[in-house]
Design a protein around this ligand. Sequence first.
Ligand SMILES: NC(=O)C1=CN([C@@H]2O[C@H](COP(=O)(O)OP(=O)(O)OC[C@H]3O[C@@H](n4cnc5c(N)ncnc54)[C@H](OP(=O)(O)O)[C@@H]3O)[C@@H](O)[C@H]2O)C=CC1
Ligand SMILES: CC(=O)N[C@@H](CCC(=O)OP(=O)(O)O)C(=O)O
Length: 312
Amino acid sequence: MGIGRMAKIFIDGEHGTTGLQIRSRLEGRTDIELISIPVERRKDAGARAEYLNNADIAILCLPDDAARESVSLVANGNTRIIDASTAHRTAEGWTYGFAEMDKDQAKAIATARYVANPGCWPQGPIALLRPLITAGLIPDNYPVTINGISGYSGGGRSMIEDYESKGEDAPEYLPYGLTLNHKHLPEIRSFAKLAIDPLMQPVVGNFAQGMITMVPLQLGHLPKVPTGVELHAAIADHFASLEGSVVEVAPFEAIDRSPEIQPEVFNDTNKMRLHVFANDKRAQAVLLAVYDNLGKGASGAAVQNLDIMLRG
Ligand SMILES: NC(=O)C1=CN([C@@H]2O[C@H](COP(=O)(O)OP(=O)(O)OC[C@H]3O[C@@H](n4cnc5c(N)ncnc54)[C@H](OP(=O)(O)O)[C@@H]3O)[C@@H](O)[C@H]2O)C=CC1
Ligand SMILES: CC(=O)N[C@@H](CCC(=O)OP(=O)(O)O)C(=O)O
């Protein structure tokens, strides 16, 4: 960063789900100084302003409105921001914090003042779809549907408390977003390079963390029907060309099921694994991503972005 001393890092919202996880990932690091607001002052705008303006990098782990407020509280013209909320993901002047999205994305994050950390649901579909649309294997006006399942920590502190108070009585499998207006639509459309909004069909399960996102593809109507091998190669080539990627692409194989393909396998890591399954005779494919909603889906990605920004 060229500041000639240890970088000061402030987590605004450090007592919430994402904030606590970032804190525990950063604790013990000797290359940064964590500055920490007392819990009883966490919603005091004056105190937050003091910490925000004193930080070299502030990580916002807040509801959208509070995140917008934090940005407005920075008056020093210097503090760099990583926002974990939805507030700025498609906003002008903000760099999207999905380092593996493009060859040059990590470089853009490294020098950005404002970085919008990606949403948990969007990251899998963007990782899967963007290389296919870039390669021209599926058109940008393809009517994409996205389904999958997330652990209940995806809903933050209030959903965690709700599920944990109900225990086994909490719903095992609860479809939601049934008004078809999920908050992640603009972000997915924009960064997957889609020309039209996808249809999202999210489910929350009775487990704390981890997720799977899936994109089923009916390919038979396309002028040129891509094979499973072609879809897999486009995705695998994209990620193979990146340095320092935490996203891996599983080999292309025909399997009916696997104990490795379930939402919790990457819990407490920053990993994401992508799969392509296909039946060429039927002209059908399923793209699938496995990751931790609190890892690559939130705090892991935030720490990854922080490290990229610190390296400059
Ligand atoms: N959980 C997840 O899987 C993911 C979450 N995110 C995003 O990260 C952000 C934080 O989410 P999450 O950690 O789950 O949420 P939580 O509700 O667990 O934590 C939010 C924290 O912000 C505090 N807070 C609320 N309002 C204010 C305010 N006005 N000023 C200061 N602090 C405030 C809350 O305090 P109190 O609890 O006392 O109200 C709480 O400590 C959200 O925008 C969410 O969309 C992103 C990716 C994944
Ligand atoms: C299970 C659950 O409710 N998940 C939340 C998403 C989690 C979240 O906070 O969204 P970001 O990742 O964009 O911040 C939802 O679908 O709205």
